[in-house]
Design a protein around this ligand. Structure first.
Ligand SMILES: [Cu+2]
Length: 451
């Protein structure tokens, strides 16, 4: 983490005098920035009420200072350079060096003061999504406050009244500012044992976001409404999304919020989970049911829980198959079943680099090494122990290990399957197909169209 006391000197001077006198402040808390895209270890609280901290996937938690029993945070809205996966960096807007901004973690009943300094080229505001707070602290520019002009600092102050999973984002030119990556998580922990909030061993959180960045460029197109080409978790795409590493038997909580323009059915392999909470609060026990996929609609948050009792490397991803892909053109015709080798031979005489693609599906894209423009990720990628995973975008792996240490979040590597427990190639004789009493085989023969 880098201190930016010197860098911020100018902004400190720009703090509005009215804001300062209102809360009788001695000084702005020093903003802390983070530029590494790694998943940072949980920030164990050393002041205030104790709690079990969360782990932000490819992110971090904002440190605070205690000032007369008020938890003070300092968010700096600013342009950032975010590595979305090794090989591709995006010019985004975010907070404190990164998109998303740092996770804010507090305890139910905490009085919280957040300084927001605007270092963007346009005005902004911060809305505290899901919070119970005085209307004037709700952060809707024009409605509950004037927008924060570039170079200015505003103060938000309220009591975190109810425990749960929340987020923050601008409510000023939000189409642009969210398309550029301005968002962050907010977790309010219960102050005492809560009947509907279980204690867990691992508590992960991330935001679903999406960008439209043309291959070879770095700045998102902000006018895109639906056809995004990078579907990300915390502004990272697979294989840039860290795995979720847990110990076998751990009770695991995953918290996710959706700030894209479409819904995402988030799917976990190998386990059933329960939706235990939303941004509306904990779900009553009588209203919970088991699932393996939960849809997270736009502007919603979902909190799911399960016991990680099955060892292995379990895929964890959005179930919309286009959302587990990186940048690609959607104007490609379907070529499955089309025999176009003859045509290709003729085209090759005109365009020597022409490639025949897609006749038997698109899987060859995963392994293909086509020259790509600089700063462009392959459409589907990520090497697993058995070859290309053929995924990008909203995809990660839940790694459940018997020998993972309590509290150890490091990546244990690929799962070593017990011998004889993998699917394998059958090389023996194929058994006779089952026949119905009419003598027709159970398989229907599909003839080629040309036959
Ligand atoms: Cu999705």
């Amino acid at each position: 983490m880098v201190s930016r006391r010197n860098f911020l000197g100018g902004a400190t001077a720009a703090v509005s005098a009215a804001a300062v006198s209102k809360v009788a402040l001695a000084a702005l808390p020093e903003p802390v920035i983070q530029t590494k895209p790694d998943t940072m270890p949980p920030l164990v609280p050393n002041t205030g009420r104790p709690y079990n901290p969360v782990v932000t996937l490819n992110g971090w938690t904002c440190p605070w200072r205690m000032n007369n029993n008020v938890k003070e945070f300092h968010l700096v809205a600013e342009p950032v350079l975010r590595e979305m996966a090794p090989g591709m960096k995006a010019r985004l807007w975010g907070y404190n060096g990164q998109s998303p901004g740092p996770t804010i973690e507090v305890v139910e009943g905490d009085r919280v003061r957040i300084f927001v300094t605007n270092k963007l080229p346009e005005h902004t505001s911060v809305h505290w999504h899901g919070q119970r707070l005085p209307n004037g602290m709700d952060g809707v520019s024009g409605l509950t406050q004037p927008a924060i002009q570039p170079g200015k600092t505003f103060v938000y102050e309220f009591v975190a009244r109810r425990p749960g999973t929340f987020m923050y984002h601008p409510h000023a030119d939000e189409m642009t500012q969210m398309a550029m990556g301005m968002m962050g998580l907010w977790i309010t922990h219960p102050k005492q044992k809560h009947p509907l909030i279980d204690t867990v061993d691992r508590d992960f959180c991330f935001l679903l976001n999406a960008y439209d960045i043309e291959p070879g460029s770095a700045t998102p197109k902000i006018m895109t409404m639906l056809d995004f080409n990078l579907w990300s978790w915390n502004s990272r795409v697979f294989p840039g999304i860290d795995s979720l590493n847990v110990r076998q038997g751990d009770k695991v909580r995953l918290r996710m919020g959706n700030l894209t323009m479409t819904n995402h059915p988030i799917h976990l392999h190998g386990h059933e989970f329960t939706v235990t909470g939303t941004d509306g609060g904990p779900v009553p026990k009588s209203a919970r049911w088991p699932e393996v996929t939960t849809d997270v609609a736009v502007g919603q948050m979902r909190q799911v829980e399960f016991v990680a009792d099955e060892e292995g490397d379990w895929a964890f991803h959005c179930h919309k198959s286009h959302h587990t892909m990186n940048a690609m053109g959607h104007g490609v015709p379907t070529m499955i079943g089309v025999e176009h080798k003859e045509v290709a031979r003729e085209i090759t005489q005109l365009i020597p680099d022409y490639m025949v693609m897609g006749e038997s599906g698109m899987a060859e894209m995963g392994a293909m090494e086509m020259p790509l423009p600089d700063n462009t990720l392959p459409m589907m990628t990520g090497e697993g122990p058995f070859g290309s995973v053929e995924m990008g975008g909203m995809f990660s792996v839940l790694k459940v290990r018997r020998d993972q240490k309590r509290g150890d979040y490091s990546n244990p590597g690929w799962y070593k399957h017990p011998s004889g427990s993998n699917a394998f190639e059958w090389t023996g004789a194929l058994p006779d197909p089952a026949r119905t009493s009419t003598g027709v085989t159970s398989r229907t023969r599909i003839l080629p169209i040309s036959a």
